[in-house]
Design a binder for this molecule. Structure first.
Ligand SMILES: *[C@@H]1O[C@H](CO)[C@@H](O)[C@H](O)[C@H]1NC(C)=O
Ligand SMILES: *[C@@H]1O[C@H](CO)[C@@H](O)[C@H](O)[C@H]1NC(C)=O
Ligand SMILES: *[C@@H]1O[C@H](CO)[C@@H](O)[C@H](O)[C@H]1NC(C)=O
Ligand SMILES: *[C@@H]1O[C@H](CO)[C@@H](O)[C@H](O)[C@H]1NC(C)=O
Ligand SMILES: *[C@@H]1O[C@H](CO)[C@@H](O)[C@H](O)[C@H]1NC(C)=O
Ligand SMILES: *[C@@H]1O[C@H](CO)[C@@H](O)[C@H](O)[C@H]1NC(C)=O
Ligand SMILES: *[C@@H]1O[C@H](CO)[C@@H](O)[C@H](O)[C@H]1NC(C)=O
Ligand SMILES: *[C@@H]1O[C@H](CO)[C@@H](O)[C@H](O)[C@H]1NC(C)=O
Length: 771
């Protein structure tokens, strides 16, 4: 173990470099039973000549059957039908109904036949597996698209196979039902009303329309009932400004000044144009095309050539680049061949190389999304839709999935940043999601041969949507948790963070996540939050985040420099985080924390009832001195105590200024002689101060700016944080070793079952130092 060491849990050799592999040059993805292929395109092969289309030659790796199966399935018909029987007997897991706690209720019984290592079963059985795609161009080109429709994500051969797969797969069956249910709800609503809300333009409109068009188009194709295509037409007419109510200014209906709105609307029209191509008359097709070109694609061409207007295309590695390139690519591929203006072709020559050098690198070397845990959803949805559209329309992803070999870790990022009650939702949370989901997990898991991603996502509340129906590989089998380590450390210096828990499948379980990382380089979506943490236990979040401020506030996105107006707002300031405040000041934006950590490497077994072995623990320590001006030393360490039933947070700090330890909670907080008692509903958590240093003062505070803070920009206010209390520990200038022990009051655990760990300096922490 050393500072900045790699992950300790490497026995699985989970991260193979794509570059280490041998590839056979072959043009396209091919999926047939035991012969699964993977498209890995060659980014270097993209050549752009003027506005002409870049040509990428995909490379395909022939995956041997052993690559796709770790359970030794032979692929015989008997195996396939037993796999189907096992699936049916387990079925889907129920999803929680509280909007904050929508995670699955994993059954507490075990079926060892099914809860095995994640795998894809080898099968040619049409009841279990997709047939292969006959569209296999020898030399894929962005302009050479499949001749049948649809082209986008859901080719016709998959629609033909789908009813039979639905009949044999409980997930596809449940999702199909949900999509119909949702579509039925949207059906009776009036078309989306144009609403410019300023902070995110008409992005909510665009994403809601996209969600509806996908659902209506899906239902039409599954029934041939024109009530669905008629309703889709009404929605498209409305968004083209040809409905009964006005939709946006005449020359710029899709709000190109906030290009996400334009891109998502173009994607919405791409689905409608392509999935319903068979129903539209030539006139309708021409109208849709002209609307897509006028309000979407031609603004896209300008964006790539005018860097002020298209700032997101200029070296931006974040969700904007993914969403914008994706929407434009989908729009272009929907109409190419029927577009006589050349715009679609021009877009493809620009969008594909742009996404390959920018979008995919929002995933850092450890898999962390460089913005925030919530922004991962937007970026990854864009990336998945773009890569999938390229594959289905042209036969190659043109290197999208291989350009950044760390893409295979971003599913793990999402799994570990998901706590027991909700995300470790640091920084900005972003706008409403609508058409945005975590279903890129289903796509990536399938494409990168990482079945755990598929298994994790398929039980989530946002799994049912049309794309999942086509991305899901029903041969997936096993349980994501089987063999999955309970702890993971993410060490890239931009986003150092840790996740540690006591179970993957018990919503009551303990989860802590804590971060350091740099305070710049996150597309200005971060907070000044080195040392910040969340804590879940007993199906309750005890230490939590405040989320986004008002995106319209003066200077909110001005910059991430020290004097940025962004850092005037409470939710973004250090005082708004669960960390130490020194002299009431913000952290230093140039902070360069270092971390060290270790874990017993405990992985969950196949049972959903996890038994923690004795001595199982993990810890993470960050040197945060560079985040403060007035401290000569500061390290913060967090570790699991008592076989993952308790948490110790230890701060060792020397400061010439007054200090305040802060934690934001929804709990009712009572100060007592040992520390604090927290209550949320009928759940309780005790916070005990160990070896309490003299001079410290325990208290609570309102989650509002300090009286000593610099003034907000004229006319601006902070958002209220109703129900939130700040737990505070004040310390005068000096040297401290502050140890806060968190004891969730687990049912059946008596006070003598809680441990009081010894006092050990952070420098001496080891896996056994607190036994
Ligand atoms: C992705 O990770 C999984 C799990 O480690 C591994 O089996 C798979 O081969 C990886 N995929 C690629 C394309 O490297
Ligand atoms: C999809 O769901 C709808 C609504 O529940 C149902 O009527 C239809 O039969 C389902 N499709 C298939 C192929 O099962
Ligand atoms: C819808 O029509 C298509 C084309 O005629 C046909 O292949 C498909 O089976 C029909 N689907 C349904 C559910 O009737
Ligand atoms: C909307 O109306 C305009 C003006 O008549 C026309 O150019 C455009 O093609 C129409 N769009 C759709 C989707 O009908
Ligand atoms: C962090 O990830 C970024 C993006 O992939 C990469 O450029 C950088 O080198 C990584 N830093 C470290 C310290 O690994
Ligand atoms: C279906 O509707 C439910 C309830 O509004 C929502 O939570 C879910 O995300 C929707 N699914 C899709 C695919 O839109
Ligand atoms: C308070 O609860 C809400 C959900 O009801 C959650 O979103 C938020 O993060 C919690 N806040 C804190 C500070 O824990
Ligand atoms: C900390 O010091 C740096 C460098 O002198 C300065 O730019 C910054 O404003 C200081 N931060 C605070 C909160 O005083």
């Amino acid at each position: 173990m050393s500072f900045d060491s790699g992950r300790p849990i490497n026995s699985h050799a989970r991260y193979e470099s794509v570059a280490d592999k041998e590839y056979q040059a072959a043009p396209v993805a091919q999926r047939k039973g035991s012969k699964k292929w993977l498209v890995l395109g060659a980014i270097a092969a993209i050549i752009i000549v003027g506005a002409a289309v870049g040509l990428g030659v995909g490379l395909t790796r022939n995956k041997s059957s052993s690559d796709k199966s770790s359970s030794g399935s032979s692929g015989s018909p008997g195996d396939a039908s037993s796999a189907i029987n096992a699936k049916s007997s387990v079925g889907r897991f129920a999803t929680g109904t509280d909007p904050f706690y929508l995670y699955p209720d994993y059954p507490s019984t075990t079926n060892t036949a099914v809860y095995t290592s994640p795998t894809f079963v080898n099968s040619d059985d049409a009841n279990l597996a997709w047939p292969s795609d006959s569209f296999q161009p020898a030399n894929p080109q962005p302009t050479n698209v499949r001749t049948d429709r649809p082209r986008i994500i859901a080719p016709s051969y998959k629609w033909q196979a789908l009813p039979n797969l639905i009949a044999h797969d409980p997930y596809l069956k449940g999702w199909n039902d949900s999509i119909f249910q949702n579509a039925t709800e949207y059906f009776s609503l009036p078309p989306v009303v144009y609403h410019m809300d300023g902070s995110s333009g008409i992005l909510d409109n665009s994403r809601e329309i996209k969600m509806r068009i996908k659902a209506f188009s899906y239902c039409y194709r599954m029934t041939n009932d024109t009530k669905w295509s008629d309703r889709a037409w009404t929605e498209l007419q409305n968004a083209a400004g040809n409905g009964t109510t006005p939709f946006g200014p005449d020359t710029d209906k899709w709000n190109s000044g906030h290009f996400l709105d334009t891109a998502e609307m173009t994607a919405a029209f791409a689905y409608g144009y392509d999935w319903l191509h068979d129903v539209w008359t030539d006139d309708q097709l021409a109208s849709l095309r002209s609307t897509m070109i006028t309000f979407g694609l031609s603004f896209g061409v300008q964006a790539y050539t005018n860097m002020n207007f298209g700032w997101w295309s200029n070296d931006i590695q974040g969700n904007w680049n993914c969403v914008c390139n994706s929407g434009l690519t989908m729009g272009a591929l929907a109409i190419i061949g029927e577009d006589t203006t050349g715009t679609a072709e021009q877009i493809l020559g620009l969008s594909i190389p742009n996404a390959q050098t920018n979008c995919v690198f929002a995933v850092s070397s450890d898999g962390t999304w460089s913005e925030t845990a919530n922004y991962w959803y937007f970026g990854m949805t864009g990336l998945a839709e773009m890569a999938s559209t390229l594959q289905t329309a042209t036969g190659s992803d043109f290197g999208m999935l291989a350009a950044n070999p760390n893409l295979n870790k971003t599913g793990e990022y999402h799994m570990y940043v998901t706590g027991q009650t909700s995300l470790f939702d640091y920084g900005d949370h972003g706008p409403n999601k609508f058409s945005t989901t975590a279903n890129s997990m289903i796509y990536l898991g399938d494409q990168l041969n990482n079945p755990a991603f598929v298994l994790f996502q398929r039980d989530m509340h946002d799994a049912p949507e049309p794309n999942s129906m086509f991305w899901y590989d029903p041969t997936v089998s096993g349980a994501f948790w089987d063999g999955n380590p309970l702890d993971m450390f993410f060490d890239n210096s931009t986003d150092q963070w840790a996740a540690m828990r006591s179970s993957w499948t018990d919503r009551d379980a303990l989860y802590v996540a804590i971060k350091a990382g740099m305070l710049q380089g996150h597309q200005t979506h971060n907070d000044l939050d080195a040392g910040d943490f969340v804590l879940d236990a007993l199906d309750t979040r005890w230490a939590g985040e405040l989320g986004s401020g008002d995106y319209l506030s003066t200077g909110y996105f001005s910059s991430d420099a020290q004097d940025s107006q962004r850092w005037l707002y409470y939710r973004k300031r250090t005082e708004g985080q669960n960390t130490i405040l020194v002299n009431g000041q913000n952290q230093n934006v140039n902070a360069q924390p270092t971390v060290k950590h270790d874990s017993s490497g405990t992985a969950q077994g196949s049972s959903t009832v996890e038994t923690i072995p004795s001595g199982s623990t993990a810890f993470w320590i960050a040197d945060l001195v560079s985040a403060y001006n007035d401290t000569s030393s500061f390290s913060r360490g967090m570790r699991l105590i008592n076989d993952r039933k308790q948490v110790l947070l230890q701060d060792e700090i020397t400061s010439t200024q007054a200090l305040q330890w802060r934690m934001h909670t929804n709990a009712t907080v009572t100060v007592n002689s040992n520390g604090f008692s927290l209550a949320i509903g009928d759940k309780n958590l005790e916070m005990q101060i160990l070896n309490a240093p003299s001079g410290i003062q325990l208290g609570t505070a309102q989650p509002v700016r300090l009286s000593t803070d610099p003034a907000l920009p004229a006319g601006q206010t902070d958002q209220p944080n109703p129900g939130v209390t700040v737990v505070t520990i004040d310390m005068p200038a000096g040297t401290y070793n502050l140890q806060v022990l968190f004891n969730p009051q687990w049912p059946g655990m008596s006070s003598s079952d809680f441990q009081t760990p010894p006092s050990v300096a952070l420098a001496d922490w080891t896996l056994t130092s607190h036994n």
